[in-house]
Design a protein around this ligand. Structure first.
Ligand SMILES: Nc1ncnc2c1ncn2[C@@H]1O[C@H](COP(=O)(O)OP(=O)(O)OP(=O)(O)O)[C@@H](O)[C@H]1O
Ligand SMILES: [Mg+2]
Length: 222
């Protein structure tokens, strides 16, 4: 599903990722760990073509995303869901409208939109709040809405960057359980996190980056 071959990415001639080779199979659940500045966000950005590598090749679902035409990027992204910290909910729109947004952009019919949004909200356990504004929800509830928005289109893979940042351990654990449930239904999940406690609880493959390099890769096949 995802293959990196000797990938490097430089910012101002300094490597954010350096000679990275990594393979993630369809249906895997992978945690990206490593200290601040290790390259976790950079790696995620390369996967959805927000950045291009300077060296090496990246295959995502068989497509070489290092060379993909800009016009093909939206189609690639439609196969992915994102849960990023800076990818905020719209405060003046209802939960329903926030989750429906990716479908609206793609011109999905209102009948299908209602059905898909209802399914996504149910999957994250928040269908009873669909009329609420995000500002009326707790942090955990808001993150569930973000996850619903990320999965509403039935993505092949789900990418998340620090999805449990600022959450207490209990809430972080609940959000991780949700990712595991989504993964169990077949979606490949890749999550960057600092949270070691969460990592231990999740008990899945852990890829650790240090200074842009692969430092360890443990627990594949769990
Ligand atoms: N747009 C950019 N311009 C210049 N340097 C950048 C840019 N984005 C990232 N970097 C640098 O690349 C390196 C890796 O950054 P990255 O954001 O991938 O780290 P990270 O592992 O996600 O860190 P954190 O845990 O703090 O989120 C850092 O040294 C960072 O300063
Ligand atoms: Mg980061």
């Amino acid at each position: 599903m995802i293959q990196l071959f000797h990938v490097s990415k430089y910012y101002d001639r300094r490597p954010a990722l350096s000679d990275m080779t990594l393979q993630i199979e369809k249906g895997e659940f992978v945690l990206l760990m490593g200290p601040s500045g290790a390259g976790k966000t950079t790696l995620l950005k390369l996967l959805f073509c927000a950045e291009r590598p300077d060296e090496g090749q990246i295959l995502v679902q068989g497509r070489n995303v290092a060379r993909i035409k800009t016009s093909q990027v939206p189609a690639l992204r439609r196969t992915m869901g994102f849960v990023f910290q800076d990818f905020k909910l719209l405060p003046k729109k209802s939960v329903f409208d926030n989750v429906a947004l990716p479908l609206l952009v793609q011109g999905v019919s209102s009948f299908d939109t209602r059905r898909k949004v209802a399914e996504a909200l149910k999957a994250v356990g928040i269908d009873h709040k669909k009329e609420s504004r995000p500002t009326m929800l707790s942090a955990g509830e808001q993150q569930r809405v973000c996850i619903a928005r990320a999965i509403v289109n039935g993505p092949l893979m789900l990418l998340a960057d620090e999805p449990t940042g600022n959450m207490d351990p209990e809430l972080a654990g609940e959000i991780m359980e949700l990712f595991k449930t989504i993964n169990a239904r077949g979606t490949t999940v890749v999550i960057a996190t600092h949270n070691r406690q969460v990592v231990e609880q999740v008990n899945r493959r852990v890829v650790t980056l240090v200074q842009g390099k692969l430092a360890s890769d443990e627990g594949a096949g769990r």
